[in-house]
Each structure stands twice: as structure tokens, then as C-alpha cells.
Design a protein around this ligand. Structure first.
Ligand code: FAD
Length: 335
């Protein structure tokens, strides 16, 4: 289905009323293949957009938004002791998590309630509560926007890193992901090391998949603003990964600096803490603001523009650089 001059308000979690020249929505992979083959060689400006919960539009988009609507969750079969489950790029991420948890399959439970569609999850290697989606991805199926050819990427070929992958780097803007295959466990080893997860689970009595999901959902709901109530895109910045010597230097000046180890054994600083120390928590400029409970989240109270939110993010980055000498990297993609 192709739409012309369409508002993207419903397609971005900041609720920005920007417009796109065209939006092409695909329920079937073969229709998308046909579309890209037909337009091969043209200099069309494409942008793939799922639910828009990790993007900030700073102006109207002059080009064609590609929106995946491929549906379906399928048990593909067994691999060793694991089960391979595939999901279409247009499936709501949390629907997939709910379905796997209900079927006793472990691996995605800590990623409960992350907004967005399945197709976007490998792009930035979503993560929460000590788990990243890369740990469960078997392969990713995608179509080249340039010529409509299909390619399947193994986990290794996706080159996953902290909130990144090949789809955000070398192949940025080159593929439409249509289906993701997950390798899930029928005998899951639960990951409860993050924060107070273990404590909270113990209060519920048993450490089942369902209880992990319950705790993750209630913790998220108490900490993060709901985009249906206040426009936001979750964490606006990444937590900076730094060297031990920088941590030591900073600790002498800021003894309370929180430091935690990242998956690869490196060290990470809490971007939210750095922003809070610069006095930004709860600050509002017009309708653009830094959230009062979580300084990592920028919010649109109603009528902020993408440019105003971007400008606020720049001011936040500048203050953090001035105070700590650290450049915050955006997690949200600015379009
Ligand atoms: C309240 C809130 C909480 C959040 N919490 C977390 C969290 O805990 N952890 C976390 O990692 N993220 C979090 N996020 C960010 C966001 O939910 C994820 O990045 C999510 O995967 C984005 O999905 P989407 O469908 O909205 O993607 P979009 O925002 O539409 O797109 C994100 C990027 O992926 C690309 N893309 C999307 N779909 C496809 C596709 N099918 N093929 C190729 N490229 C594609 C887009 O071009 C863009 O570059 C949060 C966001 C919000 C609003």
C-alpha cells in the first residue's frame, strides 16, 4: 500500500507531526521485493520506519518511508536442545516476547515491554536488564533496498555490539529486515543479575519466566514515561563506554561516579547520572524537556518540534562535555 503526503505523527513515539512525501507499507515480502526491483537504479530516498520509537524527525521527510507489516510468529523447529522461532518484521516486539514466555521458551523475557517492532530489534541490538537481543538471534532475513535481492545474515554477520549492528554501520539504510529468527531455550538459564531483579523475583516466590516478565514490566512502568502519555523515545543517549584510566581520573574528581562493567568486560558510565549532575533532570524548555524521573529520557509534553528536541539534546551534550570531558553518543537516530 502506498500513501502520499502522509503525517508521521502515529509513526513516531515523540508524537511529532512531520510529513513524508510517500509511505510504502508491505505485508508480504514478495511485494517489497517487487517494489525494490521495479525501482532499481532510481535515486529514491528511502527510510525504513518501524514504530518510530527510536527516531527523532527534525523536519518533513522528502522521500519514501518503507514500513514493514510482515506478520506471523512461527515455530521453525529444533536446533540441538533449542527451539527456533521466527517472527515477521511487523510483529510488535512485546507480542513476540509474551508469546515465547507463555510457551515456556526462555531468552527474551528480560526484554519485555520494549516498544517497537521485531524488524528493528537487530538494528540497534536492543537490550535491557542485563540482556541483549543478539544473544538469541539465529539469523536475520532482509531485502536490499537497492535491487530487491534477499539476503540472510547469520548472527556473526550482523556484527552486533552495544546498541549497534551492521545495519546501523556499514549497511545503514541499505536493507529492509523482513523476518528475524530467534534461538530460544526450553530450559532457560534466567539472567537475574541486573539491579534488584533477583530480590524482586524472590518476593514473588518462584523464578519462572512469567515472573521475570512480570517484574521487568512493573519496573519499566514505574521508571519510564509511557509514549502514549508523553512523547519520548526511551534513552536518548548511550551509556559511554570508557577506559579504566579515565574512570580513575574521573573518580578522583567525582567520587560518587557510578561505574558498571559492560558485556565485553569494558567499563560503562551511567549517562543519566552525568546528565543529572549537570542539573538537567526535570528541566523544561517550552514543550521539550528532560524527564524528571529519568534524565536519560527526553520528552515532548505536546507541541515541541523535532528541532527543539534536537537543540535540547545538544545543550545536554555540551554541558556533559564541559563538566566531565565526555561526549555523549545519541542512541536515538536523528532524521
Ligand atoms: C519508552 C521507551 C523505552 C525504550 N526502552 C528501550 C530499552 O530498554 N532498550 C532498547 O534497546 N531500546 C529501548 N527503546 C528504543 C526502541 O524501543 C527500540 O530501539 C526499538 O527496537 C525500536 O523499534 P521501532 O520499530 O520503533 O524502530 P524505529 O524507531 O522505527 O527504527 C529504529 C531504527 O531501525 C531501523 N529499522 C526499523 N525497522 C527496520 C527494518 N524492518 N529493517 C531495517 N531497518 C529497520 C530504522 O531505519 C531506524 O534506523 C525504548 C523506546 C521507548 C519509547
Amino acid at each position: 500500500m502506498i500513501y502520499e503526503n502522509i503525517s508521521l505523527k502515529k509513526f513516531n513515539s515523540f508524537g511529532l507531526n512531520v510529513r513524508a512525501d510517500h509511505l510504502a507499507a508491505f505485508k508480504l515480502e514478495e511485494n517489497a521485493v517487487h517494489f525494490f526491483k521495479q525501482h532499481k537504479g532510481s535515486d529514491k530516498n528511502y527510510f525504513v520506519l518501524g514504530r518510530g520509537s527510536n527516531v527523532l524527525f527534525t523536519s518533513d521527510f522528502h522521500g519514501t518511508i518503507i514500513h514493514p507489516e510482515m506478520d506471523g510468529i512461527t515455530m521453525e523447529g529444533k536446533k540441538d536442545n533449542d527451539i527456533i522461532v521466527s517472527a515477521g518484521a511487523g510483529v510488535t516486539w512485546d507480542k513476540l516476547v509474551e508469546s515465547t514466555v507463555n510457551n515456556g521458551l526462555g531468552g527474551l523475557e528480560n526484554l519485555s515491554l520494549i516498544p517497537g517492532l521485531v524488524g528493528a530489534t537487530p538494528v540497534q541490538n536492543i537490550g535491557a536488564y542485563g540482556v541483549e537481543v543478539k544473544d538469541t538471534i539465529e539469523k536475520v532475513r532482509a531485502i536490499s533496498l537497492e535491487d530487491g535481492t534477499i539476503r540472510e545474515f547469520t548472527n556473526n554477520e550482523c556484527r552486533f555490539g552495544y546498541r549497534t549492528s551492521i545495519f546501523k554501520t556499514e549497511l545503514k539504510g541499505k536493507y529492509l529486515i523482513t523476518k528475524v529468527y530467534f534461538r530460544l531455550s526450553t530450559h532457560p538459564k534466567l539472567s537475574l543479575e541486573y539491579g534488584s531483579l533477583k530480590e524482586e523475583i524472590n518476593k514473588l516466590g518462584s523464578t519462572s519466566l512469567g515472573n521475570v516478565r512480570k517484574i521487568v514490566i512493573s519496573t519499566r512502568q514505574s521508571k519510564l514515561p509511557d509514549p502514549d502519555q508523553i512523547g519520548n523515545a526511551g534513552s536518548f543517549f548511550k551509556n559511554p563506554v570508557v577506559t579504566v584510566s579515565l574512570v580513575n581520573d574521573l573518580k578522583t574528581k567525582f567520587p560518587k561516579l557510578p561505574v558498571f562493567s559492560d558485556h565485553s568486560g569494558g567499563m560503562k558510565l551511567a549517562a543519566g547520572w552525568l546528565i543529572e549532575q549537570c542539573g538537567w533532570k526535570g528541566k523544561r524548555i517550552g514543550d521539550a524537556a528532560v524527564h524528571d524521573k529519568q534524565a536519560l529520557v527526553l520528552v515532548n509534553f505536546a507541541n515541541a518540534t523535532g528541532k527543539e528536541l534536537f537543540e535540547l539534546s545538544e545543550q545536554v551534550r555540551n554541558s556533559v562535555f564541559e563538566k566531565f570531558g565526555i561526549t555523549l553518543e545519541r542512541e536515538v537516530e536523528v532524521v
